[in-house]
Design a protein around this ligand. Structure first.
Ligand SMILES: [Zn+2]
Length: 239
């Protein structure tokens, strides 16, 4: 027993020495600093991103939102199987919408940023052919708009969104995107205050910038007047 304790103490001492020597190595100016200096490039060139302007663009033209600002976050769920359809229905993740919708979104996002948050997109414009794909998977008007009639997503005036902090952390809205049930209803006030406050910030700011909400989906916003636009089947390039 005595022998075991002595061996234990020797091992502990040996490890302590090893740790010390590691510490010394990290602090050793000869080993660490040279590496850091070598890793530094001689010249760091700042690449300034040039965004598109609205010049010469009609309000109804379809454009890529990210070409106008890098201030948004994206999680395009229908380009993955992480959605209520459990199927990927877009060839690639892109957020396209009409110019007038982009203009309103830029203004809304500038207002959100004053509260330390920004918009994150789950879905934007949705080609009518994709609406047909969705309808084939879930042919129930309670969950998917009939493609013959079309959704405002097909008209380039609807967006499915939430709010994230400037570091990208999602605010608690009470349910995930595309949760179909009472907990996702905007007139369900039987929820913790934090959730109600987050939904209120989203709704009030979007309404102030020309959007209207739907009662049963906290994430869905339509640009005013966009229901009058034509159903579109423009498809973005994935290459
Ligand atoms: Zn929607």
């Amino acid at each position: 027993m005595k022998k075991l304790i002595v061996v234990g103490i020797v091992i502990l001492f040996f490890n302590a020495c090893k740790n010390n020597s590691k510490q010394e190595k990290v602090n050793d100016p000869n080993s660490q600093e040279i590496d850091v200096k070598e890793a530094q490039p001689n010249e760091i060139k700042e690449v300034k991103k040039v965004f598109r302007t609205f010049e010469n663009l009609a309000d109804t033209t379809f454009v890529r939102l990210a070409d106008f600002s890098d201030g948004f976050a994206f999680d395009m769920r229908y380009a993955t199987d992480n959605n209520f359809l459990k199927e990927k229905v877009y060839d690639c993740a892109e957020c396209y919408t009409r110019v007038k919708t982009v203009k309103a979104l830029l203004k809304a996002n500038a207002a959100f940023k004053k509260s330390g948050v920004k918009i994150k997109f789950y879905d934007c414009y949705r080609p009518n052919s994709v609406q047909y794909k969705m309808w084939a998977i879930v042919p129930n008007p309670q969950y998917v708009a009939n493609p013959k009639k079309g959704s405002i997503h097909n008209k380039g005036g609807a967006v499915d969104i939430t709010l994230v902090t400037l570091d990208g952390e999602e605010l608690d809205m009470g349910t995930d995107f595309d949760y179909f049930g009472k907990r996702a209803y905007l007139d369900n006030f039987d929820l913790p205050k934090e959730i109600l406050d987050n939904r209120k910030l989203l709704k009030e700011t979007m309404e102030k910038h020309g959007f209207w909400s739907t009662r049963t989906e906290w994430w869905h916003y339509n640009l005013q007047g966009s229901h009058k636009d034509k159903i579109a089947n423009f498809k973005w390039n994935c290459n």
